[in-house]
Design a protein. Structure first.
Length: 364
């Protein structure tokens, strides 16, 4: 089991380990018990993941002496709402949760977000652990302490920065993922190569099939690379006041696509489209050379991610969602653009007409 520590020096209690490996569930349970993070555990999972992995995790926790209950929420982005948080909190209270309880997020990004957000506000804050089961949650949403729920106007407009006590990445969970969800995770992995690690980008170009085919030894190396990239950024800028903004590469357009689709387009697919849009925008504004933009587009296509907006999704509707982007400041949409692969920057002067032209190109 690999351990990678996120050191948050200003709040030492928020520093924690990210543990990566295969067959690590028993050790994860022991670490939760030894950590003395709670007298009682509540495993929050969804209606897809809970039947697959919930009972085994409860047995592991019981074996360490921890009393644990499983709380199931509906699968899908619709569970990321303030009403779902209120419902989850009410169910926790009815089960006897208190300030000495520990929440365990067992699932993908939606479960991690709603569990983390609920933990941050339940009785003014209780501890939680991330146990991601999807590739996209392992390489992105479980790391860094971002929690959030959606509003009808946009994604993650309510949220908090609230660090887990630990993140346990049990790679064997990836065996049960449908192929679509493996592809879904590729967008965030590609993003890391683009914004921080040209060698990772080269590796993905030459060896993409081993991830798609779920070679877990190879995936472990790739996940560890992604974790180290995000860890380094979060340690410098935990609350996204500067450097951490580069992690939003592809997300400005991506979140607009998700919201306009009514969240029927998955996060990874939307981010893939957002990466294409941000790269094209970088080329049109004469920052990124056409050859590198072409490499990015080719890798997105090779990963099986969409390269066009879904039929029926109006470009004007996508553009209208930029009014509600949570990264907007002073009426200006901040875009992460590229000078070259491995060299992103934040631009706050992109015109709506330029953005509209790029979205229109994604639709044709």
């Amino acid at each position: 089991m690999k351990k990678i520590r996120i050191n948050l020096d200003k709040k030492r209690s928020a520093s924690h380990d990210i543990c990566i490996g295969r067959g690590i569930l028993d050790r994860a349970g022991l670490l939760m018990a030894k950590g003395n993070w709670g007298d009682r555990c509540f495993v929050v999972s969804d209606s897809i993941v809970a039947p697959l992995h919930g009972e085994k995790l409860l047995a592991v926790l019981a074996g360490t002496g921890l009393k644990a209950d499983l709380v199931e929420i509906p699968a899908g982005e619709s569970s990321k709402s303030i009403s779902a948080v209120a419902d989850l909190a009410g169910r926790l209270i009815s089960l006897g949760a208190d300030r000495r309880s520990l929440l365990v997020a067992l699932g993908g990004g939606v479960v991690g977000d709603i569990c983390g957000f609920t933990a941050s506000v339940f009785m003014r804050g209780i501890p939680y652990v991330q146990l991601p089961t999807s590739l996209i949650a392992m390489v992105d949403s479980s790391i860094g302490g971002k929690t959030g729920v959606d509003l009808p106007s946009g994604k993650n407009l309510l949220g908090s920065f609230y660090q887990p006590k630990a993140v346990f990445m049990e790679l064997d969970y990836l065996k049960t993922l449908p192929p679509r969800e493996v592809v879904n995770g590729m967008a965030e992995i590609i993003k890391y190569g683009i914004i921080d690690d040209p060698e990772l980008f080269d590796l993905l170009e030459s060896d993409l099939s081993r991830i798609i085919d779920r070679n877990l030894d190879h995936i472990e190396r790739i996940v560890a690379k992604a974790v180290r990239i995000k860890k380094g950024i979060v340690e410098i800028d935990e609350t996204e006041m500067g450097l951490r903004r580069i992690l939003n590469f592809g997300h400005t357009i991506g979140h607009a696509v998700e919201a306009e689709s009514g969240f029927t387009v998955s996060h990874g697919h939307a981010v893939g489209l957002g990466i294409l849009g941000a790269s094209l925008l970088s080329e049109k504004m004469n920052y990124l050379n056409p050859e590198e933009n072409s490499r990015i587009a080719s890798l997105i296509r090779a990963a099986g991610l969409p390269v066009r907006l879904p039929a029926g999704l109006r470009p004007a509707g996508v553009l209208s969602r930029f009014r509600f982007d949570k990264k907007k400041e002073g009426g200006v949409n901040k875009f992460v653009l590229l000078k070259k692969i491995g060299m992103p920057f934040v631009h706050d002067g992109v015109s709506p007409d330029m953005i509209g032209n790029v979205i229109q190109e994604l639709a044709t």
